[in-house]
Design a protein around this ligand. Structure first.
Ligand code: BGC
Length: 766
């Protein structure tokens, strides 16, 4: 791939001034609902003082920005997002208010939603989130979180959707529409390139424009242009030299000019860095502070550094959103418990459709006919995942754990015996704050070892008494956390060793990984007769898992990311682009912990080699993220993107297109025959990838361009149709600074995953 990236770095060392114009015809917003009140808004602005205007451009409280009471403009009330409505806190802090009726539904997190491969379910999910937000009187939901999963270790992989821009985009649109059709503004986060948590508050992402436009921005673009998102949250990091909250190219040129975004941009919490640049380059609201867009802005206007017309424009953009969302008077909010049965049902639907079956030699669904003894082993069988780590947790009304789910669904049809097996470890963010002496550390390590031995012995003993072992392990919300990335993808807390010991006494192991991100499966896979990922799956997660294990439903989730054989194979690691240097403290953690600045950390000598600079992230892998990398480099993987089994079998046949040749404005219509040739009703996700045969520019080996999740009864044959607009095959032409066609012969590769293409057809683009 072309290495324009280093040129970009040199350009940004001074200032990146690029004229970016044009976008493909699919990508511009239809004139949004936001523009219906322009005249009235102009009148309101005409009545406002400068001080009143500036009041709207920063936080009033931690999750509120001001309206203008005198003019009947309500405050804007924000809420986290993205997988449940956050509990009520002190207006100016993080301390919970301890209410009872703010208990919300915990929805399956981002990677679980993505594993459904269902934009329809994403819409339902958004609907449910909005209903709960409305019950609590909120105007803007801080979600969906739609950054691309660039590194398998990324701390927020579980919140994000996928490594693939097309899958992420389809789900982002569904989620956004679901939220906004139900009276709440969506706020897309974190715009943009917030693909790592280590040093997220300081890192400068150096990326070529083509990869940025084709891989990292499409979920945002689609949620704006098709989903009509009202809000965007600027990320903490820099992109090509500029903080995201003052990035003219990202906010003004791309978001507003190219995509036609008419709404408002808020900063991530403590992610604003300047007054003049922020307001000029597109930020509307500084959250949750007023350091830059408060008095400093008034002074800047008075000093002639910022025009009042620009302030008016930023206020106008906020008022558009304010007028599109009906404020809820405080006396009408919080009248009932946030979590309600219709939303819980949606949480169940998503969870039950998200579970990915990776292996099964026939041991699943569990045979309960002879009333077996089932050993459930693993801390995650009992661990709740609604809260933990740092940041957006959900104080949930209830959360069915895997063990509870199994007991609910199995009842007296089997005897369930349980052993914890291992102690969940905290390798994530929390441990950064703990200071211990060397002696204390040694003592802790000894005790830990002793405890691990005892837990392992108990588990082996329990396993030896059972017909089948359900090993329920994986990560947890401390291991996967906002504010820091994982050091590796190994199963934490000695789970590999534990499962090896269990296998000595009982070979009938079904392994369930409760993880939001990839794990190394080298040890676990050969020891498991069946292997599943059941995600951080929300309030109803345990019930959904039990329904899959017992065969009430067939598993139908598909991997939203590649599972590599080993971490080092994945692109950013293979190219030495990640990790960069060492980790500093986290911007948000500083805010939460209100850590006093004791001593200034020693200035680090900045290495000449940029790859060792902790504050520079070079994206030299360009577009080769996830399966694009593994396919193009012909590297084997553990399980490919899009992979997942069911309790049935599917056959693909007769791939046809409506024509042989297509022009640049045409839509390729594909159809094929899909047959459920197995014994039970099950879901198949038909995936269409495009491989360019004689392109004029470089491309990844193949790219996902259409998919459809289908439910078929046993024996059923269905004609499945998919559409691929030729315009969606354009590339970002860095020279022309616009989208451009690469009209060539392409092969349509349709199958059950990126690693399992079953039918192919060549067509010509001309
Ligand atoms: C996170 C955002 C979140 C905000 C408010 C930040 O640290 O990055 O995703 O919405 O805090 O809680």
């Amino acid at each position: 791939m072309k290495k324009s990236i280093f040129l970009i770095f040199i350009m940004t060392a001074t200032a990146l001034v690029a004229v970016i114009s044009g976008c493909n015809s699919l990508s511009r917003a239809p004139r949004p609902a936001l523009l219906q009140n322009e005249k009235q808004i102009q009148e309101i602005i005409g009545k406002m003082t400068l001080e009143e205007k500036v009041e709207m451009l920063h936080a009033k409280y931690m999750f509120v920005s001001a309206g203008v009471e005198r003019l009947g403009i309500a405050d804007m009330i924000y809420v986290d997002g993205p997988f449940g409505i956050r509990e009520e806190m002190q207006p100016n802090g993080w301390a919970p208010l301890g209410w009872e009726n703010d208990k919300a539904t915990f929805f399956p997190t981002g990677s679980a939603l993505a594993a459904t491969w269902s934009p329809g379910l994403a819409y339902d999910y958004g609907t449910a989130m909005a209903r709960e937000a409305r019950l609590r009187g909120k105007d803007m939901l801080l979600g969906p979180a739609i950054n691309i999963q660039r590194i398998p270790t990324g701390g927020r992989t579980y919140e994000y959707l996928s490594e693939d821009p097309f899958l992420s985009a389809r789900l982002s649109v569904g989620y956004t529409k679901g939220v906004q059709d139900n009276g709440v503004a969506a706020c897309l986060k974190h715009y943009a390139l917030n693909n790592q948590e280590n040093n997220r508050g300081t890192v400068n992402v150096i990326i070529g424009e083509r990869a940025m436009r084709e891989i990292y921005l499409p979920p945002f673009q689609a949620a704006v242009t098709e989903g009509g998102a009202y809000g965007v949250m600027a990320a903490y990091n820099k992109v090509n030299g500029w903080w995201c909250a003052e990035n003219d190219i990202l906010l003004n040129k791309i978001l507003r000019d190219d995509w036609g975004f008419a709404g408002m941009v808020i900063s991530d919490w403590n992610g604003t860095h300047s007054t003049v640049n922020a307001i000029k380059n597109g930020l509307n609201v500084e959250m949750p502070t007023k350091r830059f867009l408060g008095d400093a802005l008034i002074d800047s206007v008075k000093a002639g550094l910022v025009s009042e017309e620009l302030v008016n424009q930023r206020v106008r953009e906020i008022l558009r959103v304010r007028m599109a969302i009906d404020p809820i008077p405080p006396e009408k909010a919080n009248l009932e418990v946030t979590s309600q049965p219709p939303q819980q049902k949606i949480a169940y639907e998503v969870a039950s459709k998200s579970i990915v079956l990776l292996e099964n030699d026939g041991i699943l669904p569990l045979d309960l006919a002879a009333k077996p003894v089932i050993a459930v082993i693993g801390a995650n069988a009992e661990q709740k995942m609604s809260q933990g780590g740092l940041g957006a947790g959900v104080k949930t009304l209830y959360e069915v754990t895997p063990l509870e789910g199994l007991k609910n669904k199995i009842g007296d049809k089997a005897e369930i015996i349980y052993a914890k097996g291992y102690e969940s470890t905290a390798s994530g963010f929390g441990s950064m704050f703990r200071r211990r002496t060397a002696e204390e550390r040694e003592k802790e390590a000894r005790e830990k070892e002793e405890k691990a031995k005892i837990l392992m012995q108990e588990a082996v003993e329990v396993a030896s008494k059972a017909g089948v072992v359900l090993f329920i392990g994986g990560n947890n919300r401390t291991v996967e956390t906002e504010g820091s990335d994982r050091r590796d993808i190994m199963l934490p807390a000695g789970q590999d060793q534990l499962i090896s010991e269990i296998a000595r006494v009982n070979p009938n192991i079904v392994t369930v990984l409760v993880s939001g991100a990839p794990n190394d499966l080298t040890v676990v896979k050969p020891l498991s007769r069946a292997l599943l990922i059941s995600w951080f799956n929300g309030t109803e997660g345990g019930n959904a898992l039990a329904d899959v294990l017992t065969g009430n439903i067939s598993p139908g989730g598909r991997l939203p990311f590649t599972l590599p054989l080993k971490l080092e194979d994945s692109p950013a690691y293979a190219l030495g682009n990640y990790p960069q240097g060492t980790r500093g403290s986290d911007v948000f953690a500083n805010l939460v912990a209100q850590t006093e600045k004791t001593e200034k950390p020693e200035e680090k000598q900045i290495e000449k080699d940029l790859k060792n600079d902790p504050n520079t992230a070079i994206y030299s892998e360009e577009s080769l993220i996830g399966y694009r990398w593994f396919d193009t480099k012909k590297l084997p993987v553990m399980y490919p993107f899009g992979y997942g089994l069911t309790y049935s079998e599917f056959e693909y046949a007769n791939l046809k297109t409506d024509r042989e040749k297509y022009g640049q404005n045409d839509v390729i219509k594909l159809s094929l025959e899909l047959k459920n040739s197995g014994p039970v009703t099950a879901d198949e996700v038909v995936q269409a990838y495009v491989h360019r045969i004689n392109p004029s520019v470089e491309w990844p080996y193949k790219e996902l361009k259409a998919f459809s999740r289908e439910t078929l009864a046993p024996g059923e044959i269905r004609q499945v149709t998919l559409e691929i607009p030729v315009k969606s095959l354009q590339y970002w032409d860095e020279k022309l600074q616009s989208w451009n066609d690469d009209l060539c012969n392409i092969e349509l590769q349709v199958g059950a995953s990126a690693g399992n293409v079953l039918v192919k057809k060549e067509v010509t683009l001309k």
